[in-house]
Design a protein around this ligand. Structure first.
Ligand SMILES: [Zn+2]
Length: 358
């Protein structure tokens, strides 16, 4: 099917910040989405009381997680120390080297999946590469765990206009959190006993978009992966998939994505994952859709599911922070200080338990 992912930059919308945000993750199956020029609507100061309709939940179960939360957080910090990891940048190349060594040392089979696409600003070919790590590659039935490892070329939503420069957007939550989680999870993968083999997919060019160059496409890496998987019919099959994005917020709360609940093939996966969280007592997984976000999240799961035919569910905490609503998202304030190893260890634990289910 033809998927068109376009962005019109600078359009104003009167939707709530949640709705703006959901649209700004871009889309499949619709030609155009709006770009939220700002998400700085202030509801309440940080750490203030909860507005009605929003539930604050914190579980005290991190101590039981087999993931090392301190090490996970150090990985997040290390990745951010590279600076912005924009597609094609030296920092991205350095990140690829670090991750290749890291996953190989822990027993993963690593490969780079290179691809190119037209640069949105001048149309020349832009090189990019997904990084794929296979665990137990002999298994035919597999699970795909996807994160993006590129960062947006600029922090468009930074409150001070001069801070919207690309060199100030670190993507600690929107980029490094998923990478750090996989780096930590990797310590447990070789010994994993599961009916499934597991592949980590770190996609490039999830959001290689420029604020002053409409229209543009998102999700180049996941689209390439999905098309390649469909075209080459490998001897294995992905039975389930999950996308992890923005899961490092130190005030973690993960509502269910509307599409992931709505689609017949992803609904059981969503149920499994949130059921696993409930069993473990990880209360930050909230078993319903966000009360104020009426639009489905548009992220790499759309490509993996709609193009790759891999039933893939989305896991995202799209309140970053909870109050003021999403103020750090796509800003110079998306830094390690706003993230926590607790959040990484909790989400990683749920995923680790989930991949062992039959
Ligand atoms: Zn983003």
């Amino acid at each position: 099917m033809t998927c068109v992912c376009l962005l019109i930059s600078g359009c104003q919308t009167t939707d709530s910040p949640w709705e703006q945000g959901a649209k700004n993750k871009s889309l499949v199956e619709q030609p155009v989405t709006q770009h939220a020029a700002s998400v700085d609507e202030v509801l309440l100061p940080d750490d203030s009381d909860t507005p009605s309709g929003i539930v604050l939940t914190v579980s005290e179960t991190t101590g039981n997680s087999p993931l090392d939360k301190d090490r996970a957080f150090r990985f997040l910090q290390d990745i951010c120390d590279l600076g912005p990891r924009v597609t094609g940048s030296e920092a991205m190349q350095r990140q690829q080297e670090i991750l290749t060594n890291h996953f190989r040392n822990l027993g993963g089979k690593v490969r780079l999946q290179k691809f190119s696409f037209p640069h949105p600003q001048h149309g020349t070919r832009q090189e990019a590469a997904n990084l794929i790590v296979e665990w137990h590659p002999e298994k035919r039935d597999r699970i795909l765990i996807c994160v993006h490892y590129d960062t947006r070329p600029q922090g468009d939503n930074s409150r001070v206009p001069k801070n919207q420069r690309g060199d100030l957007f670190l993507g600690a939550n929107d980029g490094a959190s998923g990478v750090a989680l996989l780096m930590e999870l990797a310590y447990l993968m070789r010994e994993l006993e599961s009916p499934y083999g597991v592949d980590f997919l770190l996609v490039d060019a999830e959001e290689f978009v420029f604020s002053d160059f409409p229209p543009q496409r998102y999700f180049w890496g996941s689209e390439y992966f999905a098309r390649d998987y469909q075209k080459n019919s490998p001897p294995y099959q992905y039975k389930k998939g999950v996308v992890l994005d923005m899961i490092g917020d130190r005030h973690l709360q993960i509502y269910q994505d509307r599409n992931s609940v709505w689609w017949k093939d992803t609904r059981p996966i969503t149920k499994e994952i949130w059921g696993t969280a409930e069993r473990l007592g990880v209360k930050e997984f909230i078993g319903r859709t966000h009360p104020k976000m009426r639009t489905p999240i548009r992220d790499d799961h759309l490509m993996l599911r709609n193009v790759g035919k891999i039933p893939t569910c989305e896991i995202i905490d799209f309140d970053y922070p909870r109050f003021p609503v999403n103020r750090y998202w796509h800003t110079d304030e998306d830094t390690p200080a706003r993230c926590s190893g607790d959040s990484l260890a909790k989400v990683g634990w749920v995923i680790l338990e989930w991949v062992q289910l039959p």
